[in-house]
Design a protein around this ligand. Sequence first.
Ligand SMILES: [Zn+2]
Length: 248
Amino acid sequence: MSTEIRTNSLARTAAELAAVTRMLESMNILSYSGHIAVRVPERNAIMIQRRTDSRAELSPDRMLLVDYDGKVIEGDGKPPSETVIHLEAFKARPDVMASIHSHMELAIAFTMMEGVQLLPMRARATRWKSGIPTHPDPSHIKHVAQGQELAATLGAHHVALMRAHGILLVAESLPALFIDAIHFEENAQAQMQVLQAGAKPKPLSDKEIEQILKLEDRPHHIGKLWNYYIRKGIGSGTVEADWNLLAA
Ligand SMILES: [Zn+2]
Protein backbone atom coordinates (compact mmCIF):
# COMPACT_ATOMS: atom_id res chain seq x y z
CA MET A 1 0.00 0.00 0.00
CA SER A 2 2.76 2.44 0.87
CA THR A 3 4.36 1.78 -2.53
CA GLU A 4 1.12 2.75 -4.22
CA ILE A 5 0.87 5.99 -2.25
CA ARG A 6 4.44 6.84 -3.13
CA THR A 7 3.82 6.07 -6.79
CA ASN A 8 0.67 8.21 -6.85
CA SER A 9 2.48 11.08 -5.21
CA LEU A 10 5.36 10.85 -7.71
CA ALA A 11 2.91 10.63 -10.60
CA ARG A 12 1.21 13.82 -9.43
CA THR A 13 4.58 15.58 -9.13
CA ALA A 14 5.56 14.43 -12.63
CA ALA A 15 2.26 15.67 -14.09
CA GLU A 16 2.68 19.06 -12.36
CA LEU A 17 6.26 19.29 -13.66
CA ALA A 18 5.15 18.53 -17.24
CA ALA A 19 2.24 20.99 -17.04
CA VAL A 20 4.27 23.85 -15.55
CA THR A 21 7.04 23.37 -18.11
CA ARG A 22 4.63 23.26 -21.05
CA MET A 23 2.70 26.31 -19.83
CA LEU A 24 5.83 28.40 -19.22
CA GLU A 25 7.13 27.39 -22.66
CA SER A 26 3.86 28.58 -24.19
CA MET A 27 4.40 31.95 -22.42
CA ASN A 28 8.01 32.26 -23.68
CA ILE A 29 9.34 32.10 -20.13
CA LEU A 30 10.97 28.80 -21.13
CA SER A 31 11.99 28.08 -24.72
CA TYR A 32 14.01 25.35 -26.46
CA SER A 33 16.13 25.22 -23.33
CA GLY A 34 15.80 25.99 -19.64
CA HIS A 35 14.29 23.58 -17.14
CA ILE A 36 12.43 23.10 -13.89
CA ALA A 37 13.32 20.80 -11.01
CA VAL A 38 11.32 19.66 -8.00
CA ARG A 39 12.55 18.09 -4.80
CA VAL A 40 11.47 14.50 -4.09
CA PRO A 41 12.24 14.11 -0.37
CA GLU A 42 11.08 10.49 -0.12
CA ARG A 43 13.77 9.47 -2.63
CA ASN A 44 16.39 11.99 -1.52
CA ALA A 45 16.49 13.18 -5.12
CA ILE A 46 15.16 15.73 -7.55
CA MET A 47 12.82 15.20 -10.48
CA ILE A 48 13.79 16.82 -13.77
CA GLN A 49 13.13 16.36 -17.46
CA ARG A 50 15.38 14.59 -19.94
CA ARG A 51 17.98 16.82 -21.61
CA THR A 52 16.62 16.56 -25.14
CA ASP A 53 12.85 16.34 -24.53
CA SER A 54 10.94 19.32 -25.96
CA ARG A 55 9.75 21.72 -23.30
CA ALA A 56 6.53 22.08 -25.33
CA GLU A 57 5.73 18.36 -25.27
CA LEU A 58 6.98 17.05 -21.92
CA SER A 59 5.38 13.87 -20.74
CA PRO A 60 5.07 12.92 -17.05
CA ASP A 61 6.18 9.33 -17.72
CA ARG A 62 9.55 10.44 -19.10
CA MET A 63 10.81 12.33 -16.04
CA LEU A 64 14.08 11.42 -14.34
CA LEU A 65 14.99 11.14 -10.69
CA VAL A 66 18.52 12.45 -10.07
CA ASP A 67 20.35 12.17 -6.75
CA TYR A 68 22.31 15.03 -5.17
CA ASP A 69 25.53 13.79 -6.78
CA GLY A 70 23.93 14.23 -10.20
CA LYS A 71 23.42 10.50 -10.82
CA VAL A 72 20.22 9.31 -12.53
CA ILE A 73 18.55 6.85 -10.13
CA GLU A 74 15.29 6.36 -12.03
CA GLY A 75 14.39 6.74 -15.70
CA ASP A 76 16.44 6.49 -18.87
CA GLY A 77 18.37 9.30 -20.44
CA LYS A 78 20.52 12.22 -19.45
CA PRO A 79 19.36 15.20 -17.36
CA PRO A 80 19.96 18.73 -18.69
CA SER A 81 23.61 19.83 -18.78
CA GLU A 82 22.95 22.57 -16.20
CA THR A 83 21.18 20.31 -13.67
CA VAL A 84 23.82 21.26 -11.11
CA ILE A 85 22.10 24.67 -10.84
CA HIS A 86 19.11 23.02 -9.16
CA LEU A 87 21.10 20.48 -7.15
CA GLU A 88 23.31 23.09 -5.50
CA ALA A 89 20.39 25.48 -4.88
CA PHE A 90 18.44 22.67 -3.16
CA LYS A 91 21.47 21.68 -1.09
CA ALA A 92 22.01 25.26 0.04
CA ARG A 93 18.33 26.04 0.68
CA PRO A 94 16.31 23.41 2.58
CA ASP A 95 13.20 25.65 2.28
CA VAL A 96 13.24 25.43 -1.52
CA MET A 97 11.11 22.69 -3.08
CA ALA A 98 11.08 23.77 -6.73
CA SER A 99 13.33 25.80 -9.01
CA ILE A 100 13.43 27.07 -12.56
CA HIS A 101 16.41 27.99 -14.67
CA SER A 102 15.31 29.91 -17.75
CA HIS A 103 16.87 32.11 -20.39
CA MET A 104 14.02 34.63 -20.07
CA GLU A 105 15.01 37.41 -22.48
CA LEU A 106 13.50 40.25 -20.48
CA ALA A 107 15.37 39.24 -17.32
CA ILE A 108 18.63 38.88 -19.24
CA ALA A 109 18.21 42.44 -20.57
CA PHE A 110 18.43 43.73 -16.99
CA THR A 111 21.89 42.13 -16.64
CA MET A 112 23.15 44.03 -19.67
CA MET A 113 22.33 47.63 -18.69
CA GLU A 114 24.81 49.88 -16.91
CA GLY A 115 23.40 51.49 -13.79
CA VAL A 116 19.98 49.80 -13.96
CA GLN A 117 18.80 47.41 -11.26
CA LEU A 118 15.66 45.27 -11.59
CA LEU A 119 13.43 46.22 -8.65
CA PRO A 120 10.04 45.25 -7.18
CA MET A 121 7.72 47.56 -9.16
CA ARG A 122 4.32 45.87 -9.22
CA ALA A 123 2.21 44.88 -6.24
CA ARG A 124 2.87 41.16 -6.84
CA ALA A 125 6.61 41.75 -6.78
CA THR A 126 6.78 41.92 -2.97
CA ARG A 127 8.12 38.39 -3.24
CA TRP A 128 11.47 39.93 -4.25
CA LYS A 129 11.61 42.58 -1.55
CA SER A 130 14.92 41.21 -0.19
CA GLY A 131 16.60 41.94 -3.52
CA ILE A 132 17.29 40.61 -7.00
CA PRO A 133 21.02 39.87 -7.13
CA THR A 134 22.93 39.31 -10.37
CA HIS A 135 25.38 36.43 -10.60
CA PRO A 136 28.51 37.63 -12.42
CA ASP A 137 29.47 34.35 -14.21
CA PRO A 138 27.92 34.47 -17.72
CA SER A 139 29.03 30.96 -18.68
CA HIS A 140 26.95 27.78 -18.66
CA ILE A 141 26.80 26.27 -15.19
CA LYS A 142 28.10 22.74 -15.61
CA HIS A 143 30.40 22.17 -12.64
CA VAL A 144 29.54 21.74 -8.98
CA ALA A 145 31.72 24.70 -7.96
CA GLN A 146 29.84 26.97 -10.39
CA GLY A 147 26.52 25.75 -8.99
CA GLN A 148 27.74 26.49 -5.47
CA GLU A 149 28.79 29.98 -6.50
CA LEU A 150 25.37 30.64 -8.02
CA ALA A 151 23.68 29.33 -4.86
CA ALA A 152 25.86 31.74 -2.86
CA THR A 153 24.68 34.64 -5.05
CA LEU A 154 21.08 33.49 -4.54
CA GLY A 155 21.70 33.47 -0.79
CA ALA A 156 18.40 33.80 1.08
CA HIS A 157 16.69 35.53 -1.88
CA HIS A 158 14.02 33.96 -4.09
CA VAL A 159 15.65 34.77 -7.43
CA ALA A 160 19.04 35.48 -8.95
CA LEU A 161 19.71 36.94 -12.38
CA MET A 162 22.60 35.36 -14.26
CA ARG A 163 24.69 37.85 -16.24
CA ALA A 164 23.90 37.67 -20.00
CA HIS A 165 22.43 34.18 -19.46
CA GLY A 166 19.18 33.85 -17.53
CA ILE A 167 17.62 33.44 -14.11
CA LEU A 168 17.34 31.01 -11.22
CA LEU A 169 14.03 31.36 -9.40
CA VAL A 170 13.02 29.26 -6.40
CA ALA A 171 9.80 28.57 -4.49
CA GLU A 172 8.09 26.31 -1.97
CA SER A 173 6.15 24.22 -4.53
CA LEU A 174 5.71 23.76 -8.28
CA PRO A 175 2.44 25.78 -8.41
CA ALA A 176 4.09 28.58 -6.39
CA LEU A 177 7.12 28.53 -8.70
CA PHE A 178 4.84 28.75 -11.73
CA ILE A 179 2.94 31.77 -10.40
CA ASP A 180 6.16 33.47 -9.26
CA ALA A 181 7.72 33.01 -12.71
CA ILE A 182 4.70 34.74 -14.29
CA HIS A 183 4.79 37.62 -11.80
CA PHE A 184 8.55 37.95 -12.19
CA GLU A 185 8.14 38.39 -15.93
CA GLU A 186 5.26 40.87 -15.46
CA ASN A 187 7.38 42.91 -13.06
CA ALA A 188 10.37 43.00 -15.42
CA GLN A 189 8.02 44.03 -18.22
CA ALA A 190 6.59 46.85 -16.08
CA GLN A 191 10.03 48.24 -15.28
CA MET A 192 11.08 47.97 -18.92
CA GLN A 193 8.00 49.95 -19.97
CA VAL A 194 8.88 52.69 -17.51
CA LEU A 195 12.45 52.80 -18.85
CA GLN A 196 11.20 52.79 -22.45
CA ALA A 197 8.95 55.75 -21.60
CA GLY A 198 12.13 57.58 -20.62
CA ALA A 199 11.01 57.82 -16.99
CA LYS A 200 12.86 57.02 -13.80
CA PRO A 201 11.54 53.80 -12.21
CA LYS A 202 9.68 54.34 -8.94
CA PRO A 203 9.79 50.95 -7.20
CA LEU A 204 7.61 49.92 -4.26
CA SER A 205 8.80 51.52 -1.04
CA ASP A 206 9.42 49.43 2.08
CA LYS A 207 6.25 50.93 3.57
CA GLU A 208 4.17 50.02 0.51
CA ILE A 209 5.58 46.49 0.53
CA GLU A 210 4.64 46.14 4.18
CA GLN A 211 1.11 47.41 3.42
CA ILE A 212 0.64 44.92 0.57
CA LEU A 213 1.97 41.97 2.56
CA LYS A 214 -0.44 42.65 5.43
CA LEU A 215 -3.33 41.76 3.13
CA GLU A 216 -1.68 39.12 0.99
CA ASP A 217 -2.91 35.51 1.10
CA ARG A 218 -0.24 33.69 -0.89
CA PRO A 219 -1.77 30.16 -0.80
CA HIS A 220 -5.14 31.53 -1.96
CA HIS A 221 -3.55 33.56 -4.75
CA ILE A 222 -1.48 30.60 -5.96
CA GLY A 223 -4.54 28.30 -5.92
CA LYS A 224 -6.66 30.80 -7.84
CA LEU A 225 -4.10 31.39 -10.59
CA TRP A 226 -3.21 27.70 -10.73
CA ASN A 227 -6.79 26.76 -11.57
CA TYR A 228 -7.06 29.62 -14.07
CA TYR A 229 -3.95 28.58 -15.98
CA ILE A 230 -4.59 24.82 -15.79
CA ARG A 231 -8.10 25.32 -17.21
CA LYS A 232 -6.71 27.59 -19.89
CA GLY A 233 -3.99 25.03 -20.65
CA ILE A 234 -6.54 22.23 -20.97
CA GLY A 235 -8.58 24.43 -23.32
CA SER A 236 -5.62 25.14 -25.55
CA GLY A 237 -4.26 21.58 -25.44
CA THR A 238 -1.10 22.59 -23.54
CA VAL A 239 -2.16 20.53 -20.50
CA GLU A 240 -3.79 17.07 -20.61
CA ALA A 241 -7.15 16.95 -18.83
CA ASP A 242 -6.50 13.41 -17.55
CA TRP A 243 -3.54 14.62 -15.49
CA ASN A 244 -6.25 15.82 -13.05
CA LEU A 245 -4.39 18.92 -11.95
CA LEU A 246 -7.32 21.15 -11.05
CA ALA A 247 -7.69 21.87 -7.35
CA ALA A 248 -10.98 20.83 -5.79
ZN1 LIG B 1 21.31 28.19 -18.95
